[in-house]
Design a protein around this ligand. Structure first.
Ligand SMILES: Nc1ncnc2c1ncn2[C@@H]1O[C@H](COP(=O)(O)OP(=O)(O)OP(=O)(O)O)[C@@H](O)[C@H]1O
Ligand SMILES: [Mg+2]
Length: 272
């Protein structure tokens, strides 16, 4: 770690969190969750179950209707109300959105996109910023020469890795990933999952991995939360949930994947 004050333990605490849009059923309803810099938590559930709404509230992109989110004991709402608080939070908690096409500025090269948070959030400039970008790209097995291209000039899998690089360049304490591999083919998924897992382990970065794909989540997460209709219906270690699911919805979710692709298949694909 470089002296950015990043070595400390970090913790996001979510209590009674809820979000209602203009519909009778809340998108997220009374969820409690603690994520630390040691966590590797998977959030699974079918489309519309409230996963994105939950993580977007956890990183302050969406304000809750009920309940609270705090970061290291401070209310997130309060923290984000000051410039310094916002910078501290963004430096330590990063979010990777699913849609990489719209999350990149088409007029900036990928290098510029990845360098920007290093400059804005860490105050890095010139050679130091470039060195940090290259180091991050290499840790994700991205050839730094690709970074001189524009977002539309690389493959979907490469662009997804750049979006992860843009989050990891600041060495966050907690990384929130929303469906980062769902749109990619299985071999690319495996490679990204392996890198993400080893990065988080070596850098002691907590991970929240949101996906409707159960095998990918089981591969990367030690603990899992199963959501349905805005509520958590099952929570436990990944082994417990995969091997001894209790809720009929979880069993159904697992059955949908049996025989199609397994965690082992992903691992094999990742290694090849
Ligand atoms: N900005 C919004 N305005 C109104 N309704 C919304 C908004 N965002 C989400 N919703 C609704 O909230 C519910 C939960 O949506 P959310 O995006 O959190 O689900 P998800 O589990 O992430 O689904 P997916 O797997 O498809 O990404 C859905 O019914 C969705 O239509
Ligand atoms: Mg979503």
């Amino acid at each position: 770690m470089t002296g950015t004050g990043h070595d400390a333990y970090a913790e996001i605490v979510v209590e009674h969190l809820g979000k209602s849009f203009q519909r009778a059923v809340p998108a997220v309803n009374d969820i409690g969750l603690t994520v630390t810099s040691d966590s590797a938590i998977g959030i699974v559930g079918e489309s519309g179950s409230g996963k994105s709404t939950l993580v977007r509230m956890m990183c302050g992109l969406l304000s809750p209707s009920t309940g609270t989110v705090s970061y290291n004991g401070l209310g997130l709402h309060q923290m984000l109300s000051t410039r310094g608080g916002r910078r501290d939070f963004r430096r330590e908690v990063q979010y990777v959105a699913q849609d990489t096409t719209s999350s990149f500025d088409p007029r900036r090269t990928l290098r510029d996109a990845v360098r920007l948070p290093a400059m804005r959030l860490l105050g890095m400039e010139g050679v130091a910023a470039d060195a940090r970008v290259d180091e991050t790209l290499r840790s994700l097995e991205l050839d730094p020469s690709l970074a001189d291209r524009y977002p539309s000039e690389v493959s979907g899998g490469q662009r997804q890795r750049f979006s992860i690089a843009r989050a990891l360049v600041v060495k966050p304490r907690i990384l929130l990933c929303d469906e980062v591999v769902s749109a990619l083919d299985v071999s690319v998924q495996g490679a990204i999952l392996n890198m993400l897992r080893s990065y988080c382990e070596t850098e002691h970065c907590g991970l929240v991995f949101v996906s409707h794909g159960l095998p990918a989540t089981a591969f990367i997460a030690r603990d899992m939360l199963v959501m349905n209709n805005g509520v958590v219906i099952e929570q436990g270690t990944t082994d417990e949930i995969v091997e001894r699911p209790r809720d009929p919805y979880t069993i159904e979710l697992l059955d949908a994947y049996r025989g199609i692709e397994s965690v082992d298949e992903l691992a094999v694909a990742a290694a090849s």
